[in-house]
Design a binder for this molecule. Structure first.
Ligand code: HGA
Length: 610
């Protein structure tokens, strides 16, 4: 979703801002803009709907150059995708960019209109620019005006502002949306995501909820929610430039699918090194938090929710603990009954998914004190609000459709199931050794599945001309069918639905005919015979089957039944391996249909609004 970058330096910052905005493109956006204070002390602004490259060309044509500026990629929430709605917004020499939603913008708009301010956009954001200007008029300096403004805002925001009357500084604020400050030599930066500034510096300070800050070339002053000057720890970011670049691949999604053996290997490292499971994998307090846990409540959205559904099978079967999984945006708005002995697990690639964050806050307000986050981005909001964390080590995930984040989340969740089981005396030493051994082989098994790409690409040609598809699975592979259907929808725009295979005859079978391809996840597990019966039901109605199975199933092709086999059954980790073919099927179907794989229409990467 929206992205912010700001820079103050002794050199021209326009190229820094443009490069930062390009690195934020992956988050999904519909317009881009930047504002600078030029040598003549004037605010100059360029905005365009569409790609950053178009905005960059316009900035070049105008000869924009300056040592202070802010930039933004906008994913519209309030007001259409138009140039006047694009950020930065300007009020009498104050330029401002904003991520998030201001909930009391209507009341503020009325008040500011009565004060004589004229509005140029339909956004919620514009009130903030006018409020800062209004408070400057009361004699406050830029930081004071920002602080007075934030006291009047309700909602979520990350803000950065500059003013022609203070050409030696930027100011910024954070509430509910991530924001960080990058520290350079004689130059400093502001960004919503470290990838925006990693080309300039790796030294970063993460702002905390309610913080405001003033950033000059030489100094950074941070103030907490009470307005007291404070010190926030400096971190050295390990985001690699290579993970932000495409390299030889056509798309980030393709790159990230193929990175999975490495991503899984990195995520597994701590388990393999310890040759077993234990609370240490989840943080210093984990032994205490896990002690006496009588159940697990998982909260997540989208693909992460499906990871939670897989985990439910593992947690109940291996750890013998009841586990419920709920969509975060539903949980947060219902009257839920909390059991303080249940562990609340939130799953979010970015660690900033707003619905998941709010669900976590709600769970805590209900009395849940045992909280664990499974997350891919260090120091992001959700792990910081949780007592325990398992960091997946997938590396930056740029493609909007999640791939390596999902499979590495599954590793974290499997480790959780095994650790809880061990703590409860439910894991024998032999089982533990066997699980570690399976995990050790996981990157290799995933590589074997990746090697099936040419066959899967052949199937994708046939899906490209279809309007609909069904995905079936049973047991722990049902969530993989859900994930396969979601991937296909997200990036190829083919309508797809997933069902537990046994549910077919209760309704969806009515949809099956020769035009409805049916994808089945059917590895050699205890449910295979049941799944085979469900496949017969499809064939009997003329449906065409596309079956992903493993060599141990001995399930072969026949008329109307196409089969692709992974080399061997990998036991309890089979859902992870069977994710790879459905990812590849979606990717190649999208390629065949010519859609924008990394930036699917209407979608954004980090979903930081409700
Ligand atoms: N509400 C603002 C910013 C939207 C946003 O943060 N999207 O991720 C707008 O609509 O311009």
């Amino acid at each position: 979703m929206c992205g912010i970058v700001g820079a103050i330096a002794g050199r021209d910052v326009v190229p820094v801002l443009v490069e930062g905005l390009k690195r934020l493109e992956y988050r999904g956006y519909d317009s881009a803009g930047l504002a600078v204070i030029d040598d003549g002390g004037q605010v100059r602004r360029v905005r365009r709907t569409g790609r950053v490259a178009e905005m960059e060309a316009a900035a070049r044509a105008e000869g924009l150059a300056a040592t202070l500026g802010i930039g933004h990629t906008r994913w519209a929430t309030h007001g259409g995708v138009t140039e006047p709605n694009a950020h930065p917004h300007i009020s009498h020499g104050v330029a401002l960019v904003h991520n998030g939603i201001i909930e009391n913008h209507e009341a503020q708009r009325e008040r500011l209109t009565a004060l004589g301010y004229a509005f140029e956009s339909q956004t919620d954001t514009e009130v903030i620019a006018h409020l800062i200007h209004h408070h400057l008029g009361r004699g406050l300096d830029l930081l004071g005006a920002l602080q007075a403004t934030t006291r009047e805002l309700e909602g979520a925001y990350a803000l950065a502002a500059i003013s022609r009357d203070a050409p030696d500084r930027m100011v910024c604020a954070r509430m509910g949306c991530p924001l960080l400050i990058g520290l350079g030599e004689g130059e400093n930066f502001i960004a919503s995501d470290v990838s925006a500034i990693v080309q300039a510096t790796r030294r970063v300070i993460f702002l905390e909820e309610g913080d405001t800050a003033e950033v000059t070339r030489e100094a950074v002053r941070v103030f907490d929610a009470e307005g007291t000057q404070t010190v926030r720890r400096e971190h050295l970011s390990d985001v690699s430039l290579a993970s932000l670049e495409l390299g030889p691949h056509r798309h980030f999604m393709q790159k990230e699918i193929h990175e999975q053996p490495r991503a899984l290997g990195d995520t597994l490292e701590a388990i393999i090194d310890a040759a077993g499971f234990g609370p240490a994998l989840f943080g210093a307090e984990a032994a205490e938090v896990f002690d006496g846990v009588t159940g697990v409540q998982i909260l997540a959205c989208g693909t992460s929710y499906y990871a939670g559904l897989v985990a439910r099978y593992w947690i109940e079967a291996i750890a013998d603990l009841p586990c419920s999984v709920e969509i975060a945006s539903e949980y947060r708005y219902r009257r839920a009954v909390a059991n303080p002995d249940h562990l609340v697990v939130t799953i979010s690639q970015s660690g900033e998914t707003l619905d998941t964050m709010e669900a976590l806050k709600y769970a805590k307000s209900l009395g849940h004190a045992r909280t664990l986050s499974i997350c891919n981005v260090p120091e992001s909001a959700i792990p910081r609000a949780s007592r325990l964390v398992f960091y997946t080590r997938a590396g930056a995930e740029i493609g909007v459709a999640s791939t390596k984040a999902f499979t590495t989340q599954l590793v974290g969740l499997f480790a959780l199931a095994a650790t809880l089981a061990k703590g409860r005396g439910r894991l024998t030493a032999e089982d533990e050794a066997a699980y570690v051994e399976s995990l050790r082989h996981l990157p290799g098994s995933v590589q074997h599945a990746l090697n099936l790409e040419p066959q899967i690409a052949g199937w994708a040609e046939r899906f490209a001309s279809r309007q609909h598809a069904l995905f079936l699975g049973r047991g722990v592979h049902y969530p993989i069918a859900l994930e396969g259907a979601l991937k296909l929808k997200e990036i190829s725009y083919v309508h797809a639905e997933a069902y537990p295979a046994g549910e077919l005859k209760h309704g969806p079978l009515a949809l099956v005919d020769a035009d409805m391809p049916v994808v089945v996840i059917a590895p050699k597990d205890s449910l295979l015979e049941k799944v085979k019966s469900n496949m017969q039901e499809v064939r009997a109605r003329g449906g065409e089957l596309f079956v992903f199975t493993d060599a141990d199933s001995r399930f072969g092709p026949s008329e109307g039944v196409h089969v692709i086999r992974t080399p061997r059954h990998v036991g309890v980790l089979s859902p992870i391996v069977h994710t790879i073919p459905v990812q590849l099927l979606a990717y190649h179907t999208a390629l065949a249909r010519g859609t924008d794989v990394d930036k699917p229409r209407n979608l954004a990467k980090s979903v930081t609004v409700e």
